[in-house]
Design a protein around this ligand. Structure first.
Ligand code: ZN
Length: 383
C-alpha cells in the first residue's frame, strides 16, 4: 500500500531534528575573551555574528526546523537561563558558539567540546574560562549550589547529565570539526570532552564550538572578517545538515512495521528525549505508583541528594539505599530530595547523615509549595 509506505517514511516529530537552539556565548557586560586587543570587537561580538548566520542558513534551507537563539542582541544571559531556554523548547540540538584564548599567541585552531568528565589540563583550562561567567551573575553561590568555577574539584563533583546524549553530541561535534578542516582549512584541534556548565544543564545533544583563538593575530583577523564569519557559519550549517539527515535517515530505517501509536502528551514540562540506541541504558520507568510529586502547600527544609535530566524511579536502589526519596522539578531537571522538617538544625543533621551515606554533595534546601526558596526566606516564613 503506497500511501502506507509514505506515511511510515515520515520521520516522527520526536525522533528527528526539528528544534535547534543556537547559543552565542557571553554578551552584555560579559565581553568574553578580548583577543589581542587590536579590535574593538571581543568574543561576544564574533560569537553573536556567527550564531545569527548559522541560524539564518538553517531557517533558509529547512522549513521544518525551528531556530531559537538564547540571545540575538548584545545582552547578558546567564548560563542557567541558556540551558532553560533549550530545555523549555525541548530542543533536539544545542549549539553554543565561542572563541578561544591562550597566553601564547602562536596557539591557533578550532575545537568542539562536549560535556564529559574525561578531562585533561587543557580541557580544564577552557572549562574554567567558559564557566567563569558565573562570577558575574547575582547570587551565583545559591544558583549553582556551591560550584566554584576556579576550583577544579568542583567540576569533578558534578554528575554527568549529558551521558545519554554523548554519542549524538560527539557525532555532531566531529562533523563540525571535519567541515572546519576540509572546507575552511582551519587547524583542527579535535573534539574534546570536558565538564561545561552550560551544556551540562541542557537535556539534549549539546556541543560548544570554539571557532578559533582571538589571541592569535591571524586567526583573530580571519574571525573578525565578514568572509571568515560566513565560512565558519556555513561550515557549522553543513555539519547540521548532515547530522539532521543522518538522524532522520537512521530513524526511517528502523521505523516500526506498524504505524506508530500517537502517544499522550506527558504532564511534565520536559520529556528527556533519548535516542533509540540509548533506550536500554536510560529508561523512563513504566511503573507510575512509585513516582510521587513533592507534597506542596508547606514551607520546610529537606536535603537535596542529586539532580538529573531523567526521571529516576524512586526506589532505594537508585539512591544508595536511602528510602523515602522524592523529587521536585526545577529548570527542566529533577531534583531528588529526602526528609521534611521545619527545623534547620534537624535538616543539617540529616545532611551529614546523607554525606556519610555517600552523597558527598548533599545540601539543605528549602521548599515552599514545591518550589525552591532560599534558606533565609524559609527561616523568615517559619518564624
Ligand atoms: Zn567563551
Amino acid at each position: 500500500m503506497l500511501t502506507g509506505i509514505t506515511a511510515y517514511a515520515q520521520p516522527s516529530q520526536k525522533e528527528g531534528v526539528h528544534t535547534v537552539v543556537i547559543d552565542a556565548g557571553h554578551g552584555g557586560h560579559d565581553p568574553g575573551n578580548l583577543g589581542t586587543r587590536r579590535y574593538k570587537t571581543t568574543e561576544k561580538d564574533i560569537a553573536l555574528l556567527v550564531a545569527l548566520k548559522v541560524g539564518g542558513y538553517i531557517q533558509e534551507n529547512f522549513k521544518d526546523v525551528t531556530v531559537i537563539y538564547t540571545r540575538s542582541t548584545d545582552v547578558f544571559v546567564d548560563l542557567q537561563e541558556r540551558a532553560k531556554i533549550a530545555n523549555r523548547a525541548e530542543a533536539d540540538l544545542f549549539i553554543s558558539i565561542h572563541c578561544d584564548a591562550f597566553t601564547k599567541s602562536s596557539v591557533s585552531g578550532a575545537t568542539s567540546l562536549v560535556m564529559g568528565q574525561n578531562h585533561d589540563d587543557d580541557n580544564l583550562r577552557v572549562a574554567m574560562r567558559e564557566n567563569s561567567v558565573i562570577y558575574l551573575e547575582e547570587n551565583y553561590e545559591e544558583k549553582y549550589e556551591g560550584f566554584d568555577p576556579n576550583n577544579p574539584s568542583s567540576y569533578i563533583a558534578f554528575s554527568v547529565y549529558q551521558g545519554a546524549f554523548m554519542l549524538q553530541s560527539v557525532t555532531f561535534a566531529q562533523k563540525v570539526q571535519d567541515q572546519f578542516r576540509t572546507r575552511v582549512g582551519r587547524k583542527d584541534r579535535g573534539v574534546k570532552q570536558q565538564p561545561l556548565m552550560v551544556t551540562k544543564m541542557a537535556v539534549m545533544p549539546s556541543v560548544l564550538i570554539e571557532l578559533g583563538f582571538l589571541t592569535n593575530p591571524t586567526e583573530e583577523d580571519f574571525l573578525n572578517s565578514e568572509k571568515g564569519q560566513s565560512y565558519m557559519a556555513s561550515a557549522i550549517y553543513r555539519a547540521f545538515k548532515e547530522y539532521k539527515e543522518e538522524r532522520e535517515q537512521f530513524h526511517l530505517e528502523i521505523a516500526p512495521a506498524t504505524p506508530p501509536v500517537q502517544t499522550k502528551p506527558t504532564p511534565t514540562p520536559v520529556q528527556p528525549k533519548i535516542g533509540t540506541e540509548n533506550k536500554s541504558v536510560e529508561k523512563t520507568p513504566s511503573s507510575e505508583p512509585t513516582i510521587k510529586q513533592v507534597d506542596t502547600k508547606e514551607v520546610y527544609y529537606c536535603v537535596q541528594l542529586a539532580t538529573s535530566g531523567i526521571k529516576k524511579e524512586l526506589i532505594p536502589q537508585n539512591f544508595k539505599g536511602v528510602e523515602g526519596v522524592r523529587f521536585y522539578e526545577d529548570g527542566g531537571l529533577y531534583k531528588y530530595i529526602v526528609g521534611q522538617t521545619t527545623n534547620l538544625k534537624t535538616a543539617e543533621a540529616l545532611k551529614m547523615k546523607m554525606k556519610d551515606a555517600g552523597f558527598k554533595d548533599a545540601f539543605v534546601v528549602a521548599l515552599a509549595d514545591g518550589n525552591r526558596i532560599s534558606i533565609s526566606e524559609a527561616s523568615k516564613l517559619l518564624e
